[in-house]
Design a protein around this ligand. Sequence first.
Ligand code: FES
Length: 117
Amino acid sequence: MSAEVRIAALDDLADGEARRFDLEGRRIAVVRLGDDVYAIGDRCSHADVSLSDGDVDADECTLECPQHGSAFDLQTGAALTLPAVRPVPAYTVVVRDGDVLLTLDDPADEAPGGGAA
Ligand code: FES
């Protein structure tokens, strides 16, 4: 089951910057790159640090943790560089009629895998 949630107008998001949203108990880092928008879990998988405070690398399509510098793939949530090794959730985002719509279909802001209860 999934639910599409309008989180902002595209024009409300600064290009090349991350912004944190708190939705249904989840912390989500949302990044706009041009006309594309990405959303991954905001909590670094290495420690409880807000990834939306980090720097966006538009060329690599990554978000860097501000604490120790791990880079997270904005499309998959994968941790690409140490010290983080576990991914963060990646969310589906679409832009429709100028609205940014995010699908909350990940069961929890935790490590993926396994059957959901
Ligand atoms: S807290 Fe993010 S890499 Fe250490």
